[in-house]
Design a protein around this ligand. Sequence first.
Ligand SMILES: Cc1ncc(C[n+]2csc(CCOP(=O)(O)OP(=O)(O)O)c2C)c(N)n1
Ligand code: SF4
Length: 269
Amino acid sequence: MATAREYLADWMMPHMWCSGCGNGIVLGALCRVLAELGLGRNEVVITTGIGCWGKADDYMSTSAFHGTHGRALPAATGIKCGNPNLTVLALMGDGDGATIGGNHLIHSARRNIDLTAIVVNNYNYGMTGGQYSGTTPAGKRTTTSPAGNPEREFDLCRVVAAAGAPYVARATVYHVTLMERLIKEAIQKKGFAFVEVASGCPTHYGRLNKIVGPVKMMEWFRDSAVRLGQGEGPLVIGKLVDEDVPDFLERYEALRANTAVDTERDTGR
Ligand SMILES: Cc1ncc(C[n+]2csc(CCOP(=O)(O)OP(=O)(O)O)c2C)c(N)n1
Ligand code: SF4
């Protein structure tokens, strides 16, 4: 067991995130949740790809695997299958998890592997200079869409829910209490649990879309998010899916048991 403070790798400070970036808020929430759950640092494995949020594993004292861009989920899947007793979390940006790694995201949801995926969606590729990603809303400005994004965006929660994830939730960095509750539930959920956290990248996305500075970004989340059941909008927050379905390893073990019975019947061995 460790305290929230002990989950933070203070020997890695100072971190590289810009002031006003939402990543630190999510990292703090994650450390508090892990401490509340009473998990030991050697019971938790964080996997990441590349990106500003993908640096999160460097700042945590748990075990970690820092992989290539878009590949946090395959690594997490392998680790979970190798040792199902571990609590495995894949931390990804929207570019990492939903654009270059989008195929892994839908297949992890379909497979229903028992892990927690947290996508910090800042609506752009923060680390490489603010290019548009698969979640950049149509019409919004980025460094690669200076006149506005001509493509439509993914609603990540809907994509992951349609692919079969039994737990899907969304919060923003403004709604910290909700975020912590959802991350905690997701970690406790058996099966593929997905939490999207809408977050601010004031350096690129905010500046280019005239939401200038961290405070304005926070006000934007406060004013544009709608609690589930309290209205419509592109940023509905709360628990969107919570179902109980057998996860991948349960189904795999059941099939193995059946195969053993069949083999015995067919061969007499
Ligand atoms: C295969 C590959 N393509 C592109 C890159 C360059 N690259 C590094 S980080 C990144 C974007 C990360 O954006 P996102 O995942 O949204 O995270 P953020 O930085 O916004 O937190 C890109 C394109 C790379 N490292 N590897
Ligand atoms: S570039 Fe954006 S996402 Fe990256 S650290 Fe700075 S504010 Fe955060």
